[in-house]
Design a protein around this ligand. Structure first.
Ligand code: GUN
Ligand code: ZN
Length: 430
């Protein structure tokens, strides 16, 4: 038997185009009083409430002024770092050595990995995030913990075993061969199971030998349907270190490309300090960039120029980068993206911020036909936002003269209290 049919009533936000490239009135669909009909885990209809035909057996939930939109898509994070989020005072390499690697080593214990995976998904859903693309640790069981938890909640979720065979502690190193073998086993075990997707995951060039990068490049060539995720050009010290470790490489991107790790389905986290050659090559290939704004300020990395990257035709998604990022909330992440864009004199419109957190991230994950928007046939992963969740927000949004003035205070000041409801695969989960 299929899942029951539901009708959700409220304000509705969806996109018919990219608001970075198309004028707002053409890119955005907003219904002051709209309806979303969901059945069998998918969206059956969406539009003005009075125009939608209502199946007789459908259950109606009226969210009033609640804003119904696609669940947020977090395109880069490390669920194993949940417990060390907000650790003080370091830059990238010291932060990895002081806080991250000791904690990731603890996930060798499958029970601990399960506990952290459960905690991570509790926090993600509390914040309205319905799809996550995570790094696991080097331990295959940490991938199992993540996917088992996601599967039990019916989530669309992606992750991969982080591969590192140098410049990491002994208990966090694999080899070129074991990285290949274990990634392949996990890929065969999890790729395409229900709504799960395995992602080939070299951590970044400093922690992989050329042999390991080649082995993972070979695995990707055997499974081009998979995504490949890694980090690139996050901090200047890191970039200098990469050029010492790979003296023959043209640049950071070349350390991936020369080992078969560049393609349309590549997802590069951070990508702040790319050279012109790197930018044009990434654009040519159509690979995705993921902006991690709270992390880029927290670890002191720099300013990703969202508006410029979009204007130049890059594919861009948005992410928390838990736990280098300082929040599980995609609202807080949008606020940080806005603040950073202000520093470049390129303020992002609330529609652009919402698009990045949903459609933009889904596009980078090559899932925009399934998630990240409200449209007929798409998977019914939704968040309902309360646009008056705190006194500070309510007193500002009450003065709003249009939807964007009503939404922007929640983007700037909202947190998990703004999450009124979350639907996953057509079921209410929160
Ligand atoms: N670069 C390599 N590993 C990491 C990580 O775990 N977090 C961040 N922010 N950058 C990285
Ligand atoms: Zn990261």
């Amino acid at each position: 038997m299929g899942k029951p049919t539901h009708i959700l009533l409220g304000q509705i936000l969806s996109f018919s185009d990219d608001p970075f490239l198309t004028p707002l009135h053409d890119a955005v669909n907003f219904e002051r009083r709209g309806a979303v009909v969901i059945g069998d885990g998918r969206i059956l209809a969406v539009g003005p409430a009075e125009e939608i035909s209502r199946p007789v057996d459908a259950k109606v939930t009226d969210y009033g002024d609640g804003l119904i939109m696609a669940g947020f898509v977090d395109a880069h994070l490390h669920y194993p770092q949940t417990g060390i989020i907000a650790s003080w005072g370091k830059r990238l390499i010291d932060w990895l050595n002081s806080y991250t690697f000791p904690e990731e080593a603890r996930l060798a214990d499958p029970n601990y990995a399960r506990e952290i995976a459960k905690r991570y998904f509790d926090l993600a859903l509390a914040n309205g995030t319905t799809t996550s693309l995570s790094y696991a640790t080097i331990h295959p069981s940490s991938v199992d913990a993540y996917f088992t938890e996601a599967q039990s909640r019916g989530l669309r979720a992606l992750a991969g075993k982080t591969c590192m065979d140098r410049n990491a502690p002994d208990n966090l190193r694999d080899t070129a061969q074991s990285a290949y073998d274990n990634s392949k086993l996990l890929l065969e075990k999890w790729y395409g199971v229900e709504r799960l997707g395995y992602v080939i995951t070299p951590r970044f060039s400093p922690t992989s030998t050329p042999e390991q990068l080649s082995a993972l490049g070979a695995l990707w060539a055997e499974h081009p349907e998979c995504l490949m995720q890694t980090h690139i050009s996050e901090q200047h010290e890191e970039i200098a270190w990469v050029s010492e470790l790979f003296p023959d490489a043209r640049d950071y991107l070349d350390t991936y490309e020369s080992h078969g790790l560049l393609g349309e389905r590549a997802v590069f986290g951070h990508a702040i300090h790319l050279t012109e050659r790197e930018q044009s090559r990434i654009k040519e290939v159509g690979a995705g960039l993921v902006h991690c704004p709270t992390s880029n300020t927290f670890i002191g990395s720099g300013i990703f120029e969202t508006a410029r990257m979009k204007a130049e035709g890059q594919r861009v998604g948005l992410a928390t980068d838990t736990g280098g990022g300082s929040s599980f909330s995609m609202l807080r992440t949008m606020a940080a993206a806005y603040e950073l864009s202000q520093l470049k004199g390129q303020p992002l419109h609330p529609a652009q911020l919402m698009w990045l957190a949903t459609c933009g991230s889904a596009d980078v994950l090559h899932l925009s036909d399934k998630i990240g928007n409200l449209a007929v046939g798409m998977e019914a992963d939704l968040v309902v936002l309360d646009l008056s969740s705190t006194l500070a927000i309510a007193q500002r949004s009450q003065r709003a003269e249009d939807i964007w003035e009503a939404v922007f205070p929640t983007i700037m000041m909202g947190d998990d209290r703004a999450t009124k409801a979350v639907w996953v695969g057509g079921s209410l989960v929160r």
